[in-house]
Design a binder for this molecule. Structure first.
Ligand SMILES: Cc1cc2nc3c(=O)[nH]c(=O)nc-3n(C[C@H](O)[C@H](O)[C@H](O)COP(=O)(O)O)c2cc1C
Length: 373
């Protein structure tokens, strides 16, 4: 099988993988799919090191890079500093976070540790177009980086033009048909249509409904289906809906290569498909993650309303770090989609790709036979 998108990048498998972990990205690209690195956690300098590593570990195969271009980004947040951000964080919200961590006996960081964290993450957390473009300047220096994926909004026209002039493809990740239309009209080369089953920021339409609608709407622009794809039957379904490949995230969390800690992996393997929920508690925008006491407290009726992006991340960043650092099992959560219920034990990236492709092939045979009989 070779869909036009696979030909675009010379792939052997119609499998695209999102990960914040370079080991997963490289292993997927080496296995015939295309790994894409999430860059939102890296400064430009850190990203340079990550991409240098990828250049050396992808065996010459292409990889992608995912950046966030939030569509609604008030100018006032561009110059936030650790000192000024507190003016935007209401007391009620800060007290809510403090009380929650106290309830679960999560130790505090020292003032120095806390200040250092805030300085380190400030540029990352502001999520401005300026920061995204700084990262892209790094990406443009790495010839194996063949695709930029823009999430949360359409990349500005000059970014699409520049990427095209350097021979890169641009993909837009969307959760609603109207956003797909905007991205296609802006000139992106691929649309990633992501249903609400997915991990991370999601809209409210299921993959089964969203993908065919988007395929028809943006044709001839190719579409990848995302959300709820973790095995070969789901991959076959994505292709049947008119997608040219699957864009996946959750399924890689259970691999040996993934960045996920043993504590989170244990939770992932124990989770059922009902153990995730969409919550604004992480970033201010609805995102699907594993259920935990942290997420449920934010979803409770008496909880304060999550702040808008990027303030919510700034409010909770240190709390999340403390939860991880001090291993607070009850509060620990992680972005995960509904296919988390399919993850049972640790595997490898190569095995996931192999299993998906062989089940895809069996499924296609089964469907052909069913039609013939
Ligand atoms: C741990 C994790 C973090 C994610 N963070 C981002 C992100 O920063 N940017 C982004 O575009 N997508 C992000 N996603 C969503 C993926 O790009 C992808 O659309 C989604 O995982 C596909 O659905 P699935 O989880 O059902 O496979 C994340 C996914 C996971 C699993």
């Amino acid at each position: 099988m070779h869909t036009p998108v696979m030909k675009m990048f010379g792939l052997e498998a119609p499998i695209f993988a999102f990960s914040h972990c370079r080991d997963v990205v490289a292993a997927v690209s080496r296995s015939g799919g295309m790994g894409t690195l999430g860059t939102s956690h890296f400064t430009a300098d850190q990203l340079e090191l990550e991409l240098k590593w990828l250049d050396q570990h992808c065996d010459g195969k292409p990889y992608g890079v995912d950046v966030l271009f939030p569509s609604k980004q008030p100018k006032e947040f561009e110059n936030l500093t650790p000192e000024t951000v507190n003016e935007y964080l209401p007391n009620e919200h800060r007290e809510f976070v403090k009380a929650l961590l106290r309830k679960y006996d999560v130790p505090e960081l020292s003032k120095e540790q806390s200040d250092e964290m805030m300085r380190e993450y400030m540029s990352d957390l502001t999520r401005t177009h300026r920061e995204a473009e700084k990262r892209l300047e790094v990406v443009y220096r790495h010839p194996l980086a063949r695709m930029i994926v823009s999430a949360l909004g359409t990349p500005p026209p000059h970014v699409i033009e520049r990427a095209h002039s350097l021979g890169l493809k641009v993909a837009g990740l969307i959760g609603h048909p109207k956003h797909a239309k905007n991205q296609a009209e802006a000139g992106v080369d691929i649309i990633v249509a992501q249903g609400w089953e997915a991990a991370g920021h999601t809209g409210e339409l299921s993959t089964l409904v969203l993908v065919p609608e988007v395929v028809d709407l943006v044709s001839p622009v190719p579409v990848l289906a995302a959300g709820g794809i973790g095995n070969g039957r789901q991959l076959a379904a994505a292709l049947a809906l008119g997608a040219q490949g699957a864009w996946t995230g959750t399924v890689w969390l259970g691999t040996a290569e993934s960045e996920v800690s043993p504590e989170v992996k244990k939770k992932l393997f124990a989770a059922t498909s009902s153990d995730t929920l969409r919550s604004r508690c992480g970033t201010g925008k609805p995102a699907r993650r594993l259920r935990s006491a942290w997420v449920e407290a934010w979803e409770a009726e008496d909880a304060p309303k999550a702040l808008r992006m990027p303030l919510q991340s700034m409010l909770v960043n240190e709390a999340l770090e403390r939860i991880v650092r001090f291993r607070s099992d009850a509060l620990l959560s992680y972005p995960a989609g509904q296919v988390v219920g399919q993850l049972r034990e640790e595997t490898t990236v190569r095995q996931v790709v192999y299993d998906m492709l062989s089940e895809l092939s069996n499924t296609m045979d089964r469907l052909n036979n069913a039609v013939e009989n």
